[in-house]
Design a binder for this molecule. Structure first.
Ligand SMILES: NC(=O)c1ccc[n+]([C@@H]2O[C@H](COP(=O)([O-])OP(=O)(O)OC[C@H]3O[C@@H](n4cnc5c(N)ncnc54)[C@H](O)[C@@H]3O)[C@@H](O)[C@H]2O)c1
Length: 384
C-alpha cells in the first residue's frame, strides 16, 4: 500500500495535553498501528516536528520516542513547506498569535480549545481560517468518549421521548499545592495567564450540549474563586485570580433546562469525574466518561418520601448499564484520525474554528452573566 508522510508541527509538546494525549496516545499510536488507511488505499504516516520553548525538554521527548525533528523556533517550523499541518496545545494565552501565524503560512490547522482567550480573538482566528481556505479544526474530545457516544445513541434511538432536563456534574479536588502538589498547571488558576474553569470547561459544554441535544439559547451563571491562594510548580505561593468553580443554568432550544456544576474544589462521590444526567418523559440516563446507565419509564420504581423510616431501596441498583456494542478508541486519537482524513480529502472538518469561537462565546457570556448577576441570551454566531 502506498505510504504518504504528512508533516505535522506539534507546538506545546512539553505540556500535559500536547505530550500525553496528542503526541503519545494519538500521533505515535497511529504510527504504532501502521499508519492511517484513507480512501484510495493510501496509508497516511504522521511525521511530527516537535516545537517547544525549552530545547532540553523538547530534545528529551524527541529522543525518548526516536523522533528526529524538533525545534524551538515556530517561525522556522512554519516556513517549512513540507509541513502541512500546524497543531497547537500551548497554554491558552499563546494560542491566538500562533494560530494566526499558521494560517498566514498556509498550514492546515488543528488546535486544542479554547481557540483564544476572548471571543474577539476567537473570531479573528475563525476569520483567518475561513480566508486561508485550508482544513481547520478544534478538539471536541468529549464527544468521542464512550459514555457520551452511548448517550448520543440513546438520543438517536428516541429513548428519552421529550427531554426535560440535563444535569452536568463535573469536578474533583485539585490540591492547593502546599502539602501535596496540584494536579493541574498553576496558570489554570491565574486569570492573567488565561486560566479559569469557565474558559477551560464551558467550550466543552457548548459542543456537548449542542451536538447531543439542542442549540444553547441562554446562560445564567455564578463563577467563584473558592481557593484564593495556591502553590505553584516551584512550591511558591501565589494568588489564585481565576474562577475555580462555576454554577450555571443554561436554556436549550425546545425548553430543555441544563444545570451545570463545575468545580476544582469538590470531592468526588460520583462514579466518574463528570456525569451527565438526562431526564426525559420516557426514560433517564446517567452518562460518564466511559459508562452510561438508564432507567426507562416502564421500569421506574415508585419512591415515597418518608424521612421517618430508614430507606431500604438501593437506588443506584435500579439502573441498567448500556452495553458497549463495539470498541472505543482513545477519543483524541479518533479525532486526529478524522482530522487527517479531512486534510487528505481537502474537505471541511465538522468541528471547525467557528465552532471553536462558539465555545469561547459561551464561556465569555457565562463570565459576563456571573459579573452582572443576570441571565444572558446566547446569540447565534456567524462570521461577518
Ligand atoms: N481537551 C481537553 O480535554 C483539555 C484538557 C486540558 C487542557 N486543555 C487545553 O490544552 C492546552 C494546554 O493545557 P495543558 O494542561 O497541557 O497545559 P500545560 O501547562 O501542561 O502545557 C502548556 C504548554 O504550553 C507551553 N507554553 C507556551 N507558551 C507558554 C507560556 N507563555 N507560559 C507557559 N507555557 C507556555 C508549555 O511549554 C507547555 O508545552 C490549554 O489550552 C488547555 O485549555 C484541553
Amino acid at each position: 500500500m502506498p505510504r504518504k508522510s504528512i508533516g505535522i508541527i506539534v507546538n506545546g509538546v512539553t505540556g500535559r495535553m500536547g505530550y500525553r494525549q496528542h503526541l503519545v496516545r494519538s500521533l505515535l499510536a497511529i504510527r504504532e498501528q501502521g499508519g492511517l488507511e484513507v480512501a484510495g488505499g493510501t496509508v497516511l504516516w504522521p511525521e511530527p516536528l516537535l516545537v517547544g520553548r525549552n530545547a532540553d525538554r523538547v530534545r528529551a521527548i524527541a529522543e525518548r520516542h526516536g523522533l528526529e525533528r524538533w525545534t524551538t523556533s515556530l517561525d522556522v517550523a512554519l516556513a517549512d513547506p513540507d509541513l502541512a499541518v500546524y497543531f497547537d496545545a500551548q497554554v491558552t494565552s499563546a494560542r491566538e498569535e500562533a494560530l494566526l501565524a499558521a494560517f498566514a503560512a498556509g498550514k492546515h490547522v488543528y488546535t486544542e480549545k479554547p481557540t483564544a482567550g476572548s471571543l474577539a480573538g476567537a473570531l479573528r482566528v475563525a476569520g483567518a481560517a475561513r480566508d486561508a481556505k485550508v482544513v481547520h479544526g478544534v478538539v471536541a474530545d468529549k464527544l468521542f468518549l464512550p459514555g457520551l457516544m452511548k448517550l448520543r445513541r440513546l438520543v438517536d434511538a428516541g429513548f428519552f421521548g421529550r427531554i426535560l432536563s440535563v444535569r452536568v456534574d463535573f469536578g474533583y479536588w485539585v490540591f492547593e499545592g502546599d502539602w501535596q502538589p496540584g494536579q493541574r498547571p498553576s496558570w489554570n488558576y491565574r486569570a492573567e495567564d488565561g486560566g479559569g474553569i469557565v474558559l477551560d470547561m464551558f467550550p466543552h459544554w457548548r459542543y456537548v450540549l449542542e451536538r447531543t441535544f439542542a442549540p444553547v439559547e441562554s446562560v445564567y451563571s455564578h463563577a467563584v474563586t473558592h481557593i484564593p491562594r495556591r502553590w505553584d510548580e516551584n512550591g511558591e505561593p501565589y494568588e489564585a485570580t481565576a474562577d475555580d468553580a462555576a454554577y450555571a443554568i443554561v436554556g436549550l432550544r425546545g425548553g430543555i433546562v441544563v444545570q451545570i456544576g463545575c468545580s476544582w474544589a469538590v470531592r468526588v462521590a460520583r462514579r466518574e469525574l463528570v456525569e451527565f444526567q438526562v431526564d426525559g418523559v420516557l426514560g433517564s440516563a446517567v452518562a460518564g466518561l466511559r459508562g452510561c446507565r438508564v432507567q426507562s419509564r416502564a421500569t421506574t420504581p415508585r419512591p415515597v418520601w418518608n424521612p421517618d423510616v430508614v430507606s431500604t431501596e438501593d437506588f443506584p441498583a435500579q439502573w441498567a448499564e448500556v452495553p458497549d456494542n463495539g470498541e472505543y478508541d482513545n477519543g483524541f486519537k479518533a479525532q486526529w484520525e478524522l482530522f487527517l482524513r479531512h486534510v487528505h480529502s481537502g474537505t471541511p472538518f465538522p468541528y471547525d474554528l467557528l465552532d471553536g469561537a462558539r465555545g469561547v462565546q459561551f464561556a465569555e457570556l457565562a463570565l459576563e452573566s456571573a459579573r452582572e448577576g443576570r441571565r444572558l441570551t446566547v446569540p447565534s454566531l456567524e462570521l461577518p
